[in-house]
Structures are given as C-alpha cells and as structure tokens.
Design a protein around this ligand. Structure first.
Ligand SMILES: [Ca+2]
Ligand SMILES: [Ca+2]
Length: 79
C-alpha cells in the first residue's frame, strides 16, 4: 500500500489550497466567499477583479473559482 501514499498526499495538498483559503475568507461559513469576505483578507482585490474571478456570476466565489483565481495569479496563494 506504500505506493499509494504520494498520490494521496498530492491530491490532498492540491484540493486543500483553495479549501484552506476558503476557511480563512468565509467568515459566515456558507461555503462561498462574498466580495466583502474576500476583501477583508485580500484588501487589494478590486470589484472588477472579483467579477472576473466570479465566473458563474452568482456574486460569490466558490472553491473552484478560488482555485482558478489562484492559478491565474489574481489571488495570492497562501505562503
Ligand atoms: Ca461566506
Ligand atoms: Ca461564483
């Protein structure tokens, strides 16, 4: 079973990056990051950038949208 470990660690790490950021940003714990919640942590994010990150235009960022934004460099990845 030893050879499964690196795959598991890698997938957990990849999926946890946006998840960890969401935990930090999502203060009302509804699983989504609103513009107000996001800018409380990322104070330099403009409304224009937020709209660009909100690809399904529902007014909040979900984990997938945060992942895309972090991969695109719009949102800083955690240190
Ligand atoms: Ca929220
Ligand atoms: Ca959205």
């Amino acid at each position: 079973m030893k050879h499964f470990a690196p795959v598991l660690v890698a997938s957990v790490f990849l999926s946890s990056t946006a998840f960890a950021q969401m935990m930090e940003v999502d203060t009302d714990e509804d699983g989504m990051a609103s513009y107000e919640e996001l800018t409380a942590v990322y104070t330099d994010v403009t409304e224009e950038q937020f709209t660009a990150m909100d690809t399904n235009a529902d007014g909040s960022l979900d984990e997938d949208e945060m992942t895309v934004a972090m991969d695109a460099g719009t949102l800083a990845k955690p240190e």
